[in-house]
Ligand binder design. Structure first.
Ligand SMILES: Cc1ncc(COP(=O)(O)O)c(C=O)c1O
Length: 354
């Protein structure tokens, strides 16, 4: 029996999706390939409800987080953080020789207007912010953050949507972002290996003025090929078959239904965790894909071993709160019934451990 994953990624991939990836190989410069890529991009536009350009790169999501910095920032950016992945983007900026002004909000709290007010200046070319902070289980209010920033300044807005896209309605048309980055291994419920970015004209125009953008992750180079439905370099074709199949499944489910299912799964886990152990993230801003649970006196390692013996797996805490918390992923193709079964099983194990 295969183990069921309630992890924060990679997440469980359905057998029928894995099956769809078994199609024969095709070369990536022929008509069969261009048809596949064109279809995927059309479906992504539909599923995400966006008119932004959609580009892909064979990498984990971090590759395209780095693209944003390398293509959109000549000198200075503002990295907004309330967890490990916010910090990650600040680190990527620094590692690429940019000046990174930082806003560090306490972990567990959402980034709010007050945190960003007065912190942007005319030299800030771009701001980076995480939608769903996977280390703390906080869903940041992007609309509030972006409108506060834009009330006085107009930097590029880069969003890490890694554990939000496909599970949370980001209302992209309203948000007016310049980059939204995500990967296949989270709420899209596919294996890892492909990074995807929604990009604005503004960011592409800016990239034209930035030097040393590199090659592999240069958005302009990738776009040049994407305009002909081609990849810059050899793509993970099997994964693209899976993505194409999965997008059809998402369209069939209907995105409002998909978003509702994620909200319902989160509600089940949150209500269980708040009664048993306590939640790390502040009320009102809790994630619909990842619940971060306070460990308290629970021997998490023993509980998790017993859970794995029953073919169920969750995730450890992350970053500086690794020792205090653990995480439950409820995203992708899991169902409300699946998460109910998970929390019932954890209850049984915790009862037996007393
Ligand atoms: C919010 C967030 N951003 C970025 C990343 C990094 O993504 P990847 O490992 O696909 O590069 C992760 C991975 O867990 C994440 O959860």
């Amino acid at each position: 029996m295969t183990r069921r994953l309630f992890t924060v990624g990679p997440v469980e991939v359905r057998d029928e999706v894995l099956e769809a990836m078994k199609k024969p190989m095709i070369v990536h410069r022929g008509k069969d390939y261009t048809r596949l890529q064109r279809g995927i991009v059309e479906k992504l536009h539909k599923v995400l409800d966006t008119d932004l350009h959609i580009l892909m790169a064979p990498a984990s999501a971090s590759g395209l987080l780095e693209s944003c910095v390398r293509c959109g920032v000549k000198s200075k950016m503002l990295g907004i953080s309330n967890g490990s992945f916010g910090e990650r983007w600040q680190t990527i900026g620094l590692a690429n020789g940019k000046i990174v002004k930082k806003i560090d909000v306490p972990w567990g709290r959402a980034v709010r207007s007050v945190d960003v007010e007065g912190r942007v200046d005319d030299e800030v070319e771009a701001i980076s912010v995480v939608s769903n902070e996977s280390s703390t289980g906080v869903l940041n209010p992007l609309g509030e953050i972006i409108s506060t920033v834009r009330s006085k300044h107009d930097p590029l807005v880069f969003i890490d949507g890694v554990t939000a896209v496909g599970a949370v309605d980001l209302r992209l048309k309203k948000l007016c972002v310049d980059a939204l980055v995500f990967g296949t291994q989270k709420a899209l419920a596919l294996p890892p290996g492909l990074a995807i970015i929604c990009v604005s004209d503004r960011l592409l125009e800016k990239a034209g003025k930035v030097e040393s953008r590199g090659y592999y992750f240069d958005l302009l180079e990738i776009k040049k090929y994407a305009d002909k439905d081609l990849p810059l370099t050899t793509p993970p074709i099997s994964l693209l078959y899976g993505l194409d199949f999965q997008l059809d499944r998402m369209i069939k489910e209907g995105m409002p239904n998909r978003y509702r299912r994620h909200a319902e799964m989160a509600e089940v886990v949150r209500s269980w965790a708040s009664k048993r152990l306590g939640l790390y993230a502040e009320d009102g801003y809790r994630s619909n894909t990842i619940t971060v649970v306070n460990k308290g006196n629970l021997d998490f390692e023993s509980m998790h071993e017993k859970l794995k013996e029953r073919n169920l797996e969750i995730s450890a805490g992350y970053g500086k709160i690794k020792e205090e918390t653990f995480r439950i992923g409820h995203m992708g193709d899991l169902t409300v019934e699946d998460v109910r079964f998970l929390v019932r099983t954890i209850d049984e194990i915790m009862e037996a451990m007393r």
